[in-house]
Design a protein around this ligand. Structure first.
Ligand SMILES: CC(C)(COP(=O)(O)OP(=O)(O)OC[C@H]1O[C@@H](n2cnc3c(N)ncnc32)[C@H](O)[C@@H]1OP(=O)(O)O)[C@@H](O)C(=O)NCCC(=O)NCCS
Length: 158
């Protein structure tokens, strides 16, 4: 039996390797998330959490000038509630900052409380910048139940 703490300590974070696109898409699908627009090119700005040889979580950003859309946060069932999602969201923010991103946006029907806990605030969908609203991942959310959230990336903040 593997205790939660042992699992947590052996989770590593990295970029996506060649040939892993189908695995990412499968994980996203299993978590009920959108995969249609995912391509090798988009996956350049994705991170994964690995445990042993297994990909157990992912998150990505789409960068448009100094804005970015945070998307595709998914943790496999058996690894939820152990801080992996929190770790991935913190890590992608550091990466975004390293790419010159100043403003993070996201749109979600499932993770409002999770992201509120990470410092994101609710904003009206229409107030997101045009270059973010034009992204496929944003546009497919026409449902009124989807919420848009925003976080300003300060220098050195998490
Ligand atoms: C939402 C999700 C990514 C959270 O990942 P996770 O690894 O289980 O989250 P963590 O263990 O890092 O939890 C971090 C915090 O969020 C809270 N949390 C976790 N899942 C949550 C949820 N679904 N709703 C509200 N809060 C949640 C935890 O209690 C914890 O709170 P704390 O910081 O006060 O301790 C995961 O449940 C998931 O993959 N869901 C399905 C896909 C999805 O909806 N993705 C979001 C797309 S925008």
């Amino acid at each position: 039996m593997c205790h939660d703490i042992e699992r947590f300590l052996t989770v590593t974070f990295s970029g996506i390797r060649i040939g892993e696109e189908p695995i990412i898409k499968k994980l996203l699908s299993q978590c009920g998330l959108y995969t249609t627009d995912i391509s090798e090119k988009k996956l350049i700005n994705f991170l994964v959490a690995r445990w042993g040889g297994e990909i157990i979580g992912t998150i990505g950003i789409e960068i448009v000038s100094d804005n970015a859309l945070v998307r595709s946060l998914a943790i496999s069932d058996k690894f939820r509630g152990q801080g992996v999602g929190k770790n991935l969201s913190t890590t992608i923010e550091g990466y975004a900052r390293s790419k010159g991103v100043k403003n993070l946006y996201l749109i979600t029907t499932t993770a409002e409380i999770f992201f509120a806990g990470r410092g994101y605030t609710l904003i009206p969908q229409q107030s997101a910048p045009e270059n973010v609203k034009n992204l496929d991942e944003f546009q497919r959310f026409t449902a009124k139940t989807a919420v848009c959230m925003y976080k300003k990336l300060g220098v050195g903040s998490i």
